[in-house]
Write a protein that binds this ligand. Structure first.
Ligand code: 3PY
Ligand code: MG
Length: 270
């Protein structure tokens, strides 16, 4: 089977920079896959992406060195299994609040007797190779999102689930769960403390600590903090910011000539 170099490197204690896709476009997937990041997530939860759009995006990622990952829309076994059959080498599962939910998630990613993944890898055979079945259980990366109060309370039991490789913090939902406004880079003390707690517990359990971030600068800070799987923003935010900056630059010249122009939607992202 084609090796999952990202899982191997994480198991060796290395850090991974992961691209993030929310626009349903194989071309965007190719661009981000060639940006130098180690892996790329196709986001079927908050991305504008269904299974039929995700498949050609995973195919486009095959033309890049990035390892193809997905965020599942929910902790739904059949959906997770289908995404693995399409060639995803790892799954981020949102809203994991209990060890039972984490166990069900991991089980969907492992063939019997370890789990209850149904057999039929179709495209995974093309991407992974004919020996996919023999190595899939050990190769597929499983990250459970901690982003609810219950998930925070149960973080030790979730981290203790056999076969779960690590946790991935959703700072926006975690902020909401703790009574704060959603933010990818929260500064409310209660959220800062919760994030530090999840990181510390993952380190104690020897599991991968990951977190969503809104920019390269924010991702660099999270790496310094000790996170091992970070996101330098998604392609939607990058496009929005770059487009607004380019237009603003051009408008600067017109404004200096006294022309009144409409302003865009700004550079905000998440
Ligand atoms: C969150 O911040 O809640 C996320 O799920 C990131 O996409
Ligand atoms: Mg979330």
């Amino acid at each position: 089977m084609r090796p999952n170099t990202v899982k191997q490197r994480l198991q060796n204690g290395e850090s991974i920079i992961n691209g993030w896709l929310v626009i349903p476009s194989p071309l965007s997937a190719e661009v981000v896959g060639l940006s130098g990041c180690d892996s790329v997530v196709v986001d079927l939860q908050h991305g504008m992406i269904g299974f039929d759009a995700a498949l050609p995006m995973l195919q486009a990622l095959s033309a890049t060195p990035a390892i193809p990952l997905v965020r599942a829309p929910a902790n739904d076994g059949p959906t997770i299994m289908r995404l693995l059959d399409a060639g995803a080498y790892g799954v981020i599962c949102p809203m994991i609040s209990t060890p039972e939910q984490a166990q069900a998630f991991v089980s969907a990613c492992r063939y019997p007797p370890k789990g209850d993944r149904s057999f039929g890898p179709s495209r995974a055979l093309l991407f992974g190779g004919d020996d996919y079945y023999a190595h899939a259980d050990d190769s597929i990366l499983t990250l459970a999102m901690i982003e609810t109060q219950q998930g925070l309370d149960n973080v030790d039991d979730i981290l203790g689930v056999d076969g779960l490789d690590g946790v991935f913090i959703g700072p926006n939902d975690l902020s909401l769960a703790l009574g704060q406004a959603p933010s990818s880079e929260p500064d409310a003390e209660v959220v800062v403390q919760a994030i530090a707690h999840i990181l510390a517990r993952a380190q104690v359990h020897g599991k991968i600590p990951g977190i969503f971030c809104s920019s390269g600068q924010a991702a660099a800070k999270r790496l310094e903090q000790g996170f091992k799987f970070v996101v330098p923003g998604n392609e939607f935010t990058h496009l929005k910011q770059a487009a607004a900056a380019a237009v603003n630059q051009a408008q600067g010249s017109l404004n200096s000539q006294g022309s009144q122009r409409s302003t865009g939607h700004g550079a905000g992202g998440y």
